[in-house]
Design a protein around this ligand. Structure first.
Ligand code: TRP
Length: 456
């Protein structure tokens, strides 16, 4: 996914595109982030809001970005400047381009947690990993947390420096179906634990009394994150898409696949929370630690838990790596394309950004635990900053660009080269009115909430 301008490669066609886009979409967002947000923000009502948003808003943003990319053949900064050279065009492109650089560091911290758990299962510490306090004592010991973060970050960079991304991608094409299969088995096991049914109900049956505005804010942020929207990724991917690939159909496949895996992960984790804690509301509020606390308990009870745990964390590690590689590639290629840097220099700068911001995030639970940014741990802060503040701005910029600079008719023309554009009516309404207004409201309420004006 580099060497952009020189000889811009392209995906081999419909299936090639979907595999690549789904590979970037499916990652820790689905397995780690979605279940803890669903647990925290209302279960069924969160799921419902998420699905509605993905099918309307998510669809619209994905179509816009992909069509822009395919039309211009450029990554975000170039795509924005193709329609004007004002400061606003540049700013719109850059905010999209900067987001992956801010996500990658803390993504690598979580990747490090996955690597640590894989290591525990490799050495057979099934009971230890499931014990109370294991997770907390891990992330609060600075050397451990920092060390595993560096292991994951180094893995990502080594793959990029050696230029073996394709190898990793090929392996992950086997790993991805493996992840789906294993998740199904584990989900069935989880759901059949005594007391787990209450969790299935909590996750599937919307209960309005659990609804709050925060449900919508969190669901929207999660949708951006999980579908890799509002950060220039789909613009870049669109630029590699051939003119005969059915854009609309491809977007639907990616949304379906990505949401399916998220739901599956929810079914592994949420029923297990109920089975092991009796539905204690505090357990549902665990946040980022949820997967790491809950899954080991499931494995500890399973017959072949040691093996299943090992395979599980290995598969998750691969899903995380393909995503982190693509985040790092995107960041590096922005520097190459826009600042004319060499590949080596771009990669080195990305490495420095990851090392500095990632260390802050990982040490935020130990040495730097005194540092609270707007009332959040450092890792939560970066997550909030990117998902709830910057991505709404980036999405707003894309909508404005599409409506005022590009024009909806040109988007339609681009899409219609290969698709029927069955949802064009909805697309037009959402991109023109609902999306921009809605992201502004989300943005303002996020800001208001951290300023303490509004408690969500
Ligand atoms: N969507 C990925 C996930 O669910 C995370 C992600 C966000 C990502 N932005 C990305 C992956 C850009 C690759 C490229 O985990």
């Amino acid at each position: 996914m580099n060497d952009n301008q020189k000889a811009r490669g392209s995906f081999s066609g419909h299936v090639g595109y979907i595999l690549a886009a789904a590979g970037s979409a499916v990652g820790l967002g689905n397995i780690w982030r979605f279940p803890y947000l669903a647990a925290k923000y209302g279960g069924g009502i969160f799921l419902l809001v998420y699905i509605i948003l993905a099918l309307t808003f998510g669809y619209t943003m994905m179509m816009s970005e992909t069509a822009l990319g395919r039309m211009t053949g450029k990554s975000p900064v170039g795509a924005f400047s193709a329609f004007g050279s004002s400061g606003l065009h540049r700013a719109g492109g850059w905010i999209n381009a900067v987001i992956p650089m801010l996500i990658l560091p803390y993504y690598s911290v979580i990747g490090g947690w996955v690597a640590k758990y894989l290591f525990e299962y490799v050495r057979g510490n099934t009971a230890g990993a499931a014990s109370d306090g294991f997770f907390t004592s891990f992330i609060t010991s600075p050397g451990q947390a920092e060390g595993w973060f560096l292991v994951f970050a180094a893995l990502t960079l080594v793959v990029i420096v050696l230029g073996v991304e394709n190898g990793v991608e090929r392996v992950s094409r086997i790993m991805m179906p493996g992840l789906v299969l294993l998740s199904m088995m584990v989900a069935v096991y989880s759901m059949t634990r005594p007391g787990a049914l209450a969790g299935v109900r909590y996750f599937f049956i919307p209960d309005l009394s659990h609804f709050s505005w925060m449900t919508v804010v969190a669901a929207l942020g999660q949708m951006f994150y999980s579908l890799s929207i509002a950060m220039g990724i789909l613009i870049t991917y669109g630029s590699y898409m051939k003119k005969n690939v059915d854009i609309e159909n491809a977007m639907h496949s990616v949304i379906f696949f990505d949401s399916g895996i998220a739901v599956l992960a929810g079914l592994m984790i949420i029923p297990a929370v109920f089975a092991f804690s009796g539905g204690d509301p505090a357990a549902l509020q665990a946040g980022p630690s949820l997967m790491f606390i809950t899954m080991p308990k499931v494995f500890a009870e399973m017959g072949a838990g040691k093996l299943v745990g090992l395979i599980f964390f290995l598969l998750v590690l691969f899903a995380a790596l393909t995503s982190s590689i693509s985040l790092a590639e995107t960041s590096a290629s922005t520097f190459e394309d826009e600042l004319g840097w060499s590949r080596g220099r771009a990669t080195a700068v990305v490495a420095v950004i990851v090392a500095v911001l990632g260390s802050l995030s990982s040490l935020g639970f130990s040495s730097l635990s005194g540092v609270q940014l707007l009332g959040m741990d450092i890792l939560d802060f970066f997550d909030f900053l990117t998902n709830s503040v910057m991505m709404p701005i980036a999405a707003f910029a894309v909508c404005i660009l599409v409506v005022f600079s590009v024009g909806l008719s040109r988007i339609s023309e681009e899409v219609r080269q290969s698709s029927k554009f069955r949802f064009e009516g909805m697309y037009r309404v959402v991109v023109r009115t609902i999306a921009p207004i809605f992201v502004l409201i989300i943005l303002l309420s996020s800001i208001a909430s951290v300023l303490g004006v509004l408690s969500l």
